[in-house]
Design a binder for this molecule. Structure first.
Ligand code: CAA
Length: 269
């Protein structure tokens, strides 16, 4: 999602530093940005020159120290608490003291991420939805120590990015994934129990509920490993068995069938 966030920020006129651990990941991200902007060039909503200047506002790097002058950071690393806390404590050392450190986490506690820094008042959740250039929502999550000033800055930035910020408190899965993931998990259970085929399950939800894509296709699109990680956060954090992940989802993740990104999930790509 990092490349989508970099794209919307650069398109809104900001200078962006896009950091990843490997150059090949950065190249892949830059290609995704190029493809996404090209859609708008093809539809004559963006000129080739504008596209070029958006791309030029994005500097890519593998060095975390390149963020030393950042006034606003949006972290979008893997959905793992220890990886995220490590990044937050490093960002706390590297970035200017007044910089806001936002996380694009889809379920991890913002209060915990804040506690990994000396500036928990400036740590906040800024949860974008995929595909970032298209989806209008930013779910804004306030940790226990997040200040009103930080919250207002995030609201105003979201608007400048062309998004609508809707807020919620720090609770496992926030609102988006507390509602979405049990639906996806239940769809996987219906497949697991042989209630219907994948096409039927997705078709029923698309045609019957007017969802833009079925829950199994959406799970592939989110990443089955990410779905499992979010369900585990709900299960552990809320202590209710209704959030237990379907065994079929666990089996697919064990097999490395993680959805669209690996070429196979509930569908083949
Ligand atoms: N970049 C830029 N534009 C894109 C794009 C991209 N990556 N992907 C699609 N688009 C644009 C297209 O250009 C098109 O624009 P116009 O209608 O203005 O011409 C529009 O989006 C629709 O695209 P398509 O016609 O190609 O395909 P579609 O109608 O099937 O829509 C979709 C694609 C928008 C992805 C739609 O299927 C959809 O809304 N799916 C559900 C998405 C969703 O639920 N996202 C949330 C996932 S959960 C999450 O992200 C967070 C989490 O924590 C798990």
């Amino acid at each position: 999602m990092g490349n989508g966030i970099a794209q919307v920020a650069a398109r809104a006129g900001y200078s962006v530093v896009m950091r990843d651990v490997k150059d090949e990941f950065l190249q892949r991200g830059l290609q995704a940005i190029d493809r996404s902007l090209q859609r708008d060039v093809d539809k004559e909503r963006l000129s080739t020159e504008e596209k070029q200047s958006i791309i030029e506002r994005i500097k890519s790097t593998t060095e975390l120290e390149a963020l030393s002058e950042a006034s606003f950071v949006v972290e979008a690393v893997t959905e793992n608490l220890s990886v995220k806390t490590e990044i937050f404590s490093a960002l706390d050392r590297i970035t200017p003291p007044d910089a806001i450190l936002a996380s694009n986490t889809s379920s991890i506690s913002i209060t915990r991420l804040g506690a990994a820094t000396e500036r928990p008042d400036k740590v906040i959740g800024m949860h974008f939805m995929n595909p970032v250039p298209v989806m209008k929502l930013v779910e804004v999550i306030r940790g226990l120590a997040t200040s009103n000033e930080t919250y207002e800055r995030v609201r105003s930035l979201s608007e400048k990015l062309g998004k609508t910020a809707l807020d919620c408190n720090d609770s496992p899965g926030f609102v988006s994934n507390r509602v979405l993931l049990p639906m996806i998990n239940e769809a996987i259970f219906t497949l697991h129990e042989g209630v219907a085929t994948r096409e039927s399950i997705d078709g029923i939800m698309k045609l019957g509920m007017n969802h833009p894509m079925g829950p199994l296709q959406l799970a592939d699109f989110i990443g089955l490993d990410v779905c499992l990680a979010i369900l585990n956060v709900l299960y552990d954090g809320l202590g209710d068995s209704k959030y237990r992940a379907c065994p079929l989802l666990k089996r697919y993740v064990d097999a490395g069938w993680l959805g669209k990104k690996t070429g196979r999930g509930f569908y083949e790509y």
